[in-house]
Design a protein around this ligand. Structure first.
Ligand code: BMA
Length: 340
């Protein structure tokens, strides 16, 4: 694609494995040595999955959903030189309130990690009288200060944009119920200060494509490109044996991200490998982060697999955007501003 480019530099040393010869269809391919995080990854934690990573001080740092051996999920910090082999802190992240007092959520899962200006934000799902969104900030990955909960219950799958848009913080989320929500569209909210959120807009809903006909939810932080915001998200279908979570892709308007410019009618990745099909919850591929390298257009996508493992998939950003555009079906509700 002529003139296509990523906007942010990213990092030249992101994990990578060359595209397999003869790859057809979706332009995503899996890391051959998946899963990169296996079961019982640290003492007291049975599984790590649905986790997010970011470049930090020439290496990588991440926030990981660690399912403890009592079944309760919390967020653990991990560090890696290569984005593949991870060292985890033995203790879960200790959050505090703005006065420095301990302020732990009752549980915390599906964290995203996004840098906006000079601060790193963790966004996750937690109990706020039901499933809702938690938000914390850190500058040094030592002190983690929780902010006000951005949204009313019930809500899941929130992820910040990596920069302000029109001077405002922007967050995607998926209003839901407190259980295994059988519905759900992606919405956008904006804030001047990360405390007060408003100007809510509908971004996109489930479709009648069979792989995303029950609900959808945000995944990795949107990636800024010359074509718009590249959104890698999850779409869910229901079967006689339960939900199946696939990875989808869309491109949002750069200045009005509630407007969907292109949306891929096909999934980009669906459970096919043993570590995606078999696990604590079978048939789940759940993206939470993507690393990028502007020079080479490389993307490394981290996804949770079967609520048991972390997998890596790769793509060239230009090929991915091309594929989304070439297989795009946008409905009326996608193209609207999302205000009714
Ligand atoms: C969703 C979330 C995810 C999980 C998925 C499949 O509701 O809880 O954390 O990966 O279900 O179990």
């Amino acid at each position: 694609m002529d003139n296509f480019h990523l906007i942010e530099q990213g990092s030249a040393n992101i994990p990578w494995q060359d595209k397999p010869e003869g790859l057809t269809g979706s332009p995503l391919w899996r890391y051959q040595d998946n899963p990169v995080i296996k079961r019982n990854p640290l003492d007291g934690v049975a599984r790590i999955f649905n986790s997010a990573v970011i470049p930090y001080e020439g290496a990588f740092i991440g926030v990981f959903r660690g399912e403890q051996i009592n079944g309760i999920p919390y967020i653990y910090l991990g560090r890696s030189k290569d984005g593949i082999n991870w060292d985890f802190d033995g203790e879960k992240i200790h959050f505090e309130d703005e006065d420095g007092n301990p302020f732990m959520p009752k549980y915390a899962y599906d964290p995203r990690l996004v840098k906006v200006e000079d601060t790193y934000y963790i966004i996750w799902c937690q109990d706020f009288y039901g499933a809702s969104i938690g938000l914390a900030k850190t500058r040094d990955f030592k002190k983690f200060v929780r902010a006000e909960n951005p949204f009313l219950p019930f809500n899941r799958n929130a992820v910040l944009f990596p920069r302000k848009v029109n001077g405002k913080f922007m967050m995607l989320s998926r209003p839901s119920d407190s259980g295994h929500t059988p519905f759900g569209d992606i919405f956008l909210s904006e804030s001047p200060d990360l405390v007060y959120w408003g100007k809510h807009r509908h971004v996109m809903g489930k479709t009648d494509e069979w792989w995303e006909n029950v609900k959808i939810g945000g995944g990795a932080a949107p990636i800024e490109t010359s074509e718009g915001w590249l959104l890698i998200y999850h779409g869910v279908t229901g079967t006689c044996n339960g939900y199946v979570y696939s990875i989808g892709g869309a491109i949002l308007d750069i200045d009005q991200p509630s407007v969907v410019k292109y949306r891929c009618e096909n999934f980009l990745l669906t459970p096919e490998e043993w570590y995606e099909e078999r696990g604590f919850v079978p048939n789940v591929t759940f993206p939470c982060a993507a690393l990028q390298d502007k020079e080479t257009n490389r993307l490394a996508i981290y996804y949770g697999a079967a609520d048991s493992y972390v997998g890596l998939a790769f793509a060239y950003a230009d090929e991915l955007v091309d594929y989304i555009k070439n297989h795009s079906v946008v409905r009326e509700s996608d193209q609207e501003l999302g205000k009714r």
